[in-house]
Design a protein around this ligand. Structure first.
Ligand code: GLN
Length: 559
C-alpha cells in the first residue's frame, strides 16, 4: 500500500490521427511492464461518448460490453487491462461523459453547487478529476486512457481536465503519452510523419505537450524519421517510441521495454526507488507457448456479430489463452448462426474440433445456435455454451431429448408451451402463468450483473475442471433456466452441475454421456488471462484436441 497522502502519479494516454491504433493494448502493455517492475499499477478509461455506459450500445457499434466484478458494463479496453495486469477493476475504472454529466446534474438538482451557474469548467472538469483520483488512489502509478481521437469536440472536457492536473500537480505527477500513426505510402515508398506532426500540433493548441510519442507503423521507425518527429514535436528522441504491427499482442510489453518506455516513465515520475528491474519472464513464456505449439485445433464460434469480432473479444482471447496453457494453437472459425439455419449445421460445422456458442440477445439467429448445440451433442463434438449458448443448449435438450416440443426461451417466443428459459418474474409467479414483460422498462442496468458465487456439484466435470466447490463468475443476463423444468430435464439426463449459492438459479449444466458438453449461465471469458487461462476454456481446448486425436492425446505440454 502507498503511504497516506501519496498522490498517485498519472500517465495520460491519448490518441491521434485515426482511431483503432491499439491505444488500449499499448496502455495495458506499459502497465504490464511497470507491474513486472514490482510497481502497484492500475488503469482506467475515459470515454467521451454520452451513453452512461456501453451496456445499451449495439455490439456492431462498440464491440463487446465488458463486465467487471461489481457489475459495471464497461468498455472492452477494460478487458485488455485485466488481461495484462493482475488487478481486478471496477466501474470506477470506466468513466464516460454520460456518467460525468449524470453525476453533475444530480448534484445540481440537490443544490450542491449553492446557486452557482454550472459549467463545463470548472464543474464538469472537476468531476472528471474527482473520478480520476477515485480510481487511481492507493497505487504507485496509474495509466489513464482517453478514448477517441484528439480533435474530437466531445473529448475536449477530458483533455482540459488532464491539462489542469498536469498544471496543478507538476511534471513528476502527470505525464502525457500520445499514440499516433506513421503511415507507409506505397507510391512514395516512404513512411510519412506529417500526420503525427499535425496531431501533436492539435494537442499543443489545447495546452498539452506530449512527453512520449508511440508511433504505430507497419515497419520499425527508422532513425531519420524518429529524429524528424522529435524535432517537430518537441519530444526527446528517446521518447519517440516505435510500435510496429506485431503478429502477437503479447509481444508488445517486450517490444516497448526494449525501447526503454518504462524507464522513461519510472524516471520522470520519480518511481526509481520503488521499481525493480523488469521481470518479463511470464510474458516471454506466453509468447513462447504461442509461437511453438505442439498441436492446433479448429474451434467454431457461433454468433451473430461475427463480422465484427470485437463483439466477442474476450471469448476469442480466452480460447487462445486456453490454447497457450497447453501449447496449442486455436484457430477460430467465426460462424454466423443464421448460416446454420440456412445451410444446416452438418455443412457449416463440418470438421471443427469444438463448438462454442457465446452470449447474445434477441431472436435473430437463435435457432441456428440451438442447431449448433444439437449437432455438437449428437455428433459428440465438444460443446461450450456461454450464457445464451447455455440457454440454446437447454432449449435443444428440452426439445430433442426431453420431448418438450416447442420448448423455447420466452425472450424469443412468449407463447411457447414450454418456457424452459424465462425471466425469474415469469416462472416464479404462484399462479403458474407466464406474465407479460413490462415493455417500457429501461433496458440499461436491468440485468443480473457482476461477480456472483456458485456452488458446484461434486462428481461433475465442472467440479473436476475448477478443482473447487465454490467459484465466482461474472454475469450479464436477464433470462434464467426455469426451475419448473429442473426435474423433468434432469430425469431426461441433463446434469445441473452448478447452482447459485441460494440454490435458486441454475448456473451450469452438462451432459455426462458426452465427451465434453458444458454450458454456463455466467461469462467465464471475463476472468481468463494469458498468464493463467481459465479452467473451462483450458478444459474445452483440451477436449477439442482429444476429439481431433480420436479420443486420446499423444503429447502433453504446459506453457
Ligand atoms: N439474452 C440472454 C439473457 O438475457 C442471454 C444474455 C447473454 O448471453 N449475455 O438472459
Amino acid at each position: 500500500m502507498t503511504s497516506p497522502g501519496y498522490v498517485t502519479p498519472l500517465v495520460f494516454v491519448t490518441g491521434g490521427v485515426v482511431s483503432s491504433l491499439g491505444k488500449g493494448i499499448a496502455a495495458a502493455s506499459l502497465a504490464a511492464i511497470l507491474e513486472a517492475r514490482g510497481l502497484r499499477v492500475t488503469l482506467m478509461k475515459l470515454d467521451p461518448y454520452i451513453n452512461v455506459d456501453p451496456g445499451t450500445m449495439s455490439p456492431f457499434q462498440h464491440g463487446e460490453v465488458y463486465v467487471t466484478d461489481d457489475g459495471a458494463e464497461t468498455d472492452l479496453d477494460l478487458g485488455h487491462y485485466e488481461r495484462f495486469i493482475n488487478v481486478r477493476l471496477s466501474g470506477k475504472n470506466s468513466i464516460t461523459t454520460g456518467k460525468i454529466y449524470e453525476s453533475v446534474i444530480r448534484k445540481e438538482r440537490r443544490g450542491d453547487y449553492l446557486g452557482a451557474t454550472v459549467q463545463v469548467i470548472p464543474h464538469i472538469t472537476d468531476e472528471i478529476k474527482r473520478c480520476i483520483d477515485a480510481a487511481t488512489q492507493g497505487f504507485d502509478v496509474a495509466l489513464v486512457e482517453i478514448g477517441g481521437t484528439v480533435g474530437d469536440i466531445e473529448s475536449l472536457p477530458f483533455l482540459e481536465a488532464i491539462r489542469q492536473i498536469r498544471a496543478e500537480r507538476g511534471p513528476d505527477k502527470a505525464m502525457f503519452m500520445h499514440l499516433t500513426l506513421v503511415p507507409f505510402i506505397a507510391a512514395a515508398g516512404e513512411l510519412k510523419t506529417k500526420p503525427t506532426q499535425h496531431s501533436v500540433k492539435e494537442l499543443r493548441s489545447i495546452g498539452i505537450q506530449p512527453d512520449i510519442l508511440v508511433c504505430r507503423s507497419e515497419q520499425p521507425l527508422p532513425d531519420g524519421e524518429r529524429r524528424k518527429i522529435a524535432l517537430f514535436t518537441n519530444v526527446s528522441e528517446k521518447a519517440v517510441i516505435s510500435a510496429v504491427d506485431l503478429d502477437n499482442i503479447h509481444k508488445l510489453p517486450m517490444w516497448l521495454h526494449a525501447q526503454g518506455l518504462d524507464a522513461l516513465v519510472v524516471e520522470r515520475l520519480g518511481l526509481a526507488d520503488k521499481a525493480a528491474p523488469a521481470d518479463l519472464s511470464e510474458w516471454l513464456a506466453v509468447v513462447d507457448a504461442s509461437e511453438h505449439p505442439i498441436d492446433e485445433v479448429d474451434i467454431a464460434v457461433v454468433g451473430k456479430y461475427v463480422d465484427h469480432k470485437d463483439a466477442y473479444k474476450s471469448v476469442g482471447e480466452a480460447l487462445r489463452h486456453g490454447g497457450i496453457r497447453q501449447r496449442t494453437r486455436v484457430n477460430l472459425r467465426w460462424i454466423e448462426s443464421q448460416d446454420i439455419e440456412r445451410d444446416g449445421a452438418g455443412r457449416v460445422l463440418a470438421g471443427v474440433h469444438g463448438v462454442l456458442v457465446p452470449g447474445g440477445f434477441g431472436d435473430r439467429g437463435f435457432e441456428g445456435k440451438v442447431l449448433a448445440a444439437q449437432y455438437a451433442r449428437e455428433q459428440g463434438i465438444p460443446y461450450f455454451g456461454i450464457c445464451y449458448g447455455m440457454q440454446a443448449a437447454v432449449v435443444d435438450f428440452a426439445r430433442h431429448v426431453a420431448g418438450l416440443e416447442g420448448a423455447n426461451s420466452t425472450e424469443n417466443d412468449r407463447q411457447t408451451p414450454h418456457p424452459v428459459i424465462g425471466l425469474i418474474t415469469e416462472w416464479r409467479t404462484s399462479s403458474g402463468e407466464v406474465e407479460r414483460r413490462d415493455e417500457k422498462s429501461d433496458l440499461g442496468g436491468t440485468m443480473r450483473l457482476g461477480l456472483q458465487e456458485q456452488r458446484i456439484k461434486p462428481g461433475t466435470r465442472a467440479r473436476e475442471l475448477y478443482g473447487k466447490d465454490v467459484v465466482g463468475e461474472r454475469h450479464r443476463h436477464r433470462y434464467e433456466f426455469n426451475n419448473r423444468y429442473r426435474t423433468q430435464l434432469e430425469d431426461a439426463g441433463l446434469v445441473i452441475s452448478a447452482k447459485s449459492m441460494d440454490d435458486l438459479l441454475v448456473e451450469m449444466v452438462e451432459l455426462p454421456d458426452h465427451p465434453w458438453f458444458i454450458a454456463c449461465q455466467a461469462h467465464p471469458e471475463f476472468l481468463s488471462t494469458p498468464r493463467t487461462g481459465h479452467p473451462l476454456f483450458v478444459g474445452f481446448v483440451r477436449a477439442a484436441r482429444e476429439h481431433k486425436a480420436g479420443g486420446k492425446l499423444l503429447k502433453e505440454a504446459k506453457a
